[in-house]
Design a protein around this ligand. Structure first.
Ligand code: SAH
Ligand code: SF4
Length: 344
């Protein structure tokens, strides 16, 4: 039998598993507390479990799913972690300090199948889905590394990969992240970002009250088709319809991300179209000036043009911020993550 990863289990699954090996059900809760609240580095530290059970856990399971290989710090304080997986693949996780918040940007896949032209992860192609343990362990390992220097306040699924294309593992990882015996985050502190997989988007709304971010990046199908191939499967109208039907809690809004790309989607006309597209919706807009990467020929607009675009949205009473990406000097900004494939 394969050694299971402890962090793959939701609490109910761990209860079933401990029973299957002849232990009492409540041991699962003890394991959760040791792994997530006490952040043990080895089963030896669990004095509340019998010696025999600790040996069983040591030889019969994997406590960690990731191996920290490298940690880089940007001039602006952003931290980028490179982790190695058990099969030799690698992934990156980014911590963005923005006092009083510390936002952790987690990956959900190695590579991505959707091939958006502006995104370095997209140029790698799809390697494989991460399992629940590999997603959860990104939070555990960064938390351990930070120690008393800070705590993670928010988690965003905006690292490598398309979270809704790895639906079950992402939902399970959110369950572990929000379990009071697990990582104990509030759903309000977790955001899933998607390029717009409509069926999974609707399912997410029914199943989890996390925050939703949509990578829009264009206000017409003609432009969106050029930069996001997924738009040919789920065109703008279907994404917007799913957003209109999305069950939002009172006072909550959907975040729409819009990368500004010079001479492609940054005109005043584009901004007016965006206003029309979002009219009547509980929306906020994040404008992200394009981050260049070595495989991208697109350019970011001038500062004037960015401000003019923002102005059109403001005048229409939309909540809009310009998100200056962080950590560009260590290739940690949005769209610059590629695991160990940077220079290949
Ligand atoms: N696949 C998901 C989540 C990962 S991408 C999605 O696409 O939403 C996270 C965010 O980074 C998305 O909004 C994505 O569009 C943005 N991004 C990708 N490449 C970028 C680049 N070169 N410059 C700025 N933002 C980028
Ligand atoms: Fe995939 Fe998102 Fe990058 Fe598009 S932007 S290639 S969906 S990770």
């Amino acid at each position: 039998m394969e050694r299971p990863f402890i962090k793959n289990f939701r609490l109910s699954e761990l209860e079933a598993w401990v029973e299957s090996i002849g232990e009492r059900r409540f041991r699962a809760r003890q394991i959760f507390k040791n792994v997530y609240a006490r952040q043990i580095a080895s089963w030896d530290e669990c004095s509340d479990l019998s010696k025999l059970f600790r040996v069983q856990l040591d030889f019969g399971t994997h406590l960690n799913a990731l191996n920290l290989r490298e940690r880089q710090e940007s001039a602006d304080g952003t931290l980028k972690y490179l982790f190695e997986l058990h099969d030799g693949h690698s992934l990156e996780t980014v911590l963005i300090p923005d006092p009083p918040r510390n936002t952790l940007c987690v990956s959900s896949q190695v590579g991505c199948a959707f091939g958006c032209t502006f995104c370095l992860t997209g140029t790698m192609g799809f390697k494989r889905n991460l399992n629940t343990a590999e997603i959860v362990d990104q939070v555990c390992q960064v938390r351990r590394d930070l120690g008393s220097r800070g705590h993670i306040s928010n988690i965003v699924f905006m690292g490598m990969g398309e979270p809704l294309a790895n639906y079950d593992a992402v939902i399970n990882s959110i369950e572990v992240m929000t379990d009071p015996n697990g990582l104990a985050f509030s759903h309000r502190r977790i955001t899933v970002s998607t390029a717009g997989l409509v069926p999974q988007l609707m399912k997410l709304g029914e199943q989890s009250p996390v925050n939703l971010a949509i990578s829009l990046h264009a206000s017409s199908d003609a432009v969106r088709n050029q930069i996001m191939p997924i738009n040919r499967i789920y065109p703008l109208s279907s994404v917007m319809e799913a957003c209109r039907c999305y069950p939002l809690a009172p006072r909550k809004r959907i975040t729409f991300e819009y990368i500004l790309i010079a001479d492609l989607n940054d005109s005043i006309g584009d901004a007016r179209n965006l206003v029309k597209l979002l009219s009547g919706m509980r929306a906020k807009v994040n404008l992200i000036p394009l981050n260049p990467h070595p495989r991208c020929t697109l350019r970011r607009p001038s500062e004037d043009r960015i401000l003019a675009f923002q102005d059109v949205l403001r005048q229409a009473d939309l909540t809009v911020i310009i998100r200056q990406s962080r950590g560009a000097d260590i290739s940690a900004a949005c769209g610059q993550l590629a695991g160990r494939h940077h220079d290949s």
